[in-house]
Design a protein around this ligand. Structure first.
Ligand SMILES: C[S@@+](CC[C@H](N)C(=O)[O-])C[C@H]1O[C@@H](n2cnc3c(N)ncnc32)[C@H](O)[C@@H]1O
Length: 218
């Protein structure tokens, strides 16, 4: 099955220098399968919490993998927050397609439970990028790249963070913006409208957020 524009964009920013890559919240495993086919790492982990999905994915991988790919993938039916990457290896953990608040909970658990393990991250939240970025600022990781992808009239930020980078990540994004692009302007307007509405809930928190995004629009 052809990869979506968003998942293709994620595959394109995956560096091949990792021992193991984790496709977390993998659903049908499309992202991890592409990484396996492109030989992006020695071992690809597929993680999702739904047993039926993971059984079907396991069957599919067993059926379609060639000799060379055998033994280079593992399927884990479990909570992403509880993964235990091997501390002897270099890992890339990818979490895409889940809400930003949940994504931060996953990241926080993975980071706190694996303090001595080399882990870089690629994240692509559904909404709440500001919250995700605020959390990423607290990690000992730097920004490698960030980009905005528009798919089916929805916008997604793809953020790559690595211990090998010392570039600070900002809360509203910096290098990803192409402010003359109509799509990017539409995303910014959407964000401003959202945070305008959120002022009713917590003006002290959301007013500065709104001001930062609004400054990009003007
Ligand atoms: C919308 S899919 C995302 C699929 C793919 N990553 C993408 O970006 O298109 C979200 C997946 O997250 C999984 N999920 C939700 N909470 C989870 C958890 N705590 N641990 C593992 N998987 C989880 C769901 O079962 C679902 O398959």
């Amino acid at each position: 099955m052809a990869l979506s524009k968003r998942l293709s964009a994620i595959v394109d920013v995956v560096d091949s220098g990792y021992d193991e890559i984790w496709d977390c919240c993998c659903d049908h495993g499309l992202l991890g399968i592409e990484l396996l086919q492109q030989d992006k790492a020695q071992l690809i982990h597929f993680v999702d919490i739904v047993p039926e999905l993971m059984q079907a994915l396991n069957d599919k991988l067993e059926r379609f993998c060639n000799e060379e790919q055998r033994g280079r993938w593992q399927v884990h039916c479990q909570d992403v927050a509880a993964i235990t990457p091997d501390p002897q290896k270099r890992h890339l953990v990818i979490i895409a397609g889940v809400g930003g608040e949940l994504l931060v909970q996953f990241l926080a658990k993975i980071v706190s439970q694996n303090p001595n393990t080399y882990i870089d991250f690629i994240v692509c939240p559904v909404h709440h990028s500001y919250h995700v970025r605020s959390y990423l600022q607290t990690l000992q990781l730097g920004l490698v790249s960030e980009q905005l992808v528009c798919e089916n009239k929805r916008f997604y930020e793809i953020i790559v963070m690595s211990a090998s980078s010392s570039q600070l990540i900002t809360r509203i994004g910096q290098q990803m913006w192409q402010l003359t692009s109509k799509e990017h302007q539409a995303y910014l307007k959407q964000l401003c409208a959202h945070y305008q509405r959120m002022l009713n809930q917590d003006a002290d928190y959301y007013q500065p957020v709104l001001e930062q995004y609004s400054a990009l629009l003007s």
